[in-house]
Design a protein around this ligand. Sequence first.
Ligand code: UD1
Length: 363
Amino acid sequence: MKILSVVGTRPNFMKIAPLVNEFRKRSIGHMLVHTGQHYDEEMYKLFFDDLKIPKPDFDLGVSSGTRDEQIKSIKAKLMPIIEKENPDVVVVVGDVNSTLAAAQAANKLGIKVAHVEAGLRSFDNTMPEEFNRIETDKISDFLFTTEKSGNINLKKECIDTEKVFFVGNVMIDTLLNHKEKASKSKILEKLGLENNNYCALTLHRPSNVDNKDDFANILYIIEKIQERIKIVFPIHPRSRKNIESFNFNDKLKNMKNLIITEPLGYLDFLHLMANSKFVLTDSGGIQEETTVLGIPCITLRQNTERPVTVEQGTNLLVSTDKEKVMSKAMEAIENKIKLKNRIPELWDGKAAERIVKILLNKR
Ligand code: UD1
């Protein structure tokens, strides 16, 4: 069997790592393509190093551009590679532009597509990821879901249930595989942090950082919270660019309890989350990781495509309403949050193994 996997962004790297491992263990012929959607050292190289992902066989070097440009360019550069290599399956992960572009390229050439993390739906059509999820699922031949809500969503969309497999969460495979190694990280010492006495913050959703007023509202919330607890904010390139263009640099500098860093590598960030009092985020994957770590996650969004993290895990879907976020943050600071803290079904570190077994049986 010959598999070609395509990755493009930071969250894709965490998802492909355990699959690459599993392909290697079973001596399956595998090629890795990096589209280049994320290209900074901190957004790409650090992750390949931390997760010991082999150097990609092909780097498409696509980098930035509008969404349409990114997708068009990935397809144009990927199709000749797929044609030449002629894999049995193209594996795509997550919901980013690279995911959809690669699925469309393979589908157009009549090659089977396996989508890892299928079926998630936020029901928010303003999110580019929602479009990517729906369109990728429509043309996939193997749909691997992380939670049962995914199977329900796909059934409602009339996707053949024979193609859908509930396998668990590859991102959690990676977390469990690296938890011990991450515990040796020196990031807390480096940033002068005390265990359980700071908040870890991430922000990058266009709905939160692309509009000046919305971003200013979040900065106001951060300003208030850092009066009570240290906040560590590894800045995503999209947010960094907008901070410059909205002239928010001075606002941030004036927050004495706010520690700004470059994006961190996988192991350092995992250690940072695992030892925080709570996490403040608009990320999708972090909602899942904090659930497994048992850390309260205040999510700065109206909706989530990962409802199991709210129903069973530690995710508190709070929105960006000032009062609501501040009140939840104060509860977290004062240890007043009661967490459900259950680990979702099949988030046991064996998702990649299940996926590969299915691919081998069904080929
Ligand atoms: C992308 C994904 C998003 C995912 C996020 C994780 C889509 C639609 N969005 O968003 O779902 O949650 O990755 O990080 O695919 N940039 C750099 N260096 C980099 C990468 C990006 O400077 O290494 C800049 C780009 O030039 C661009 C901006 O950051 O201006 C946004 O990058 P892009 O890949 O378009 O989207 P993300 O916001 O990272």
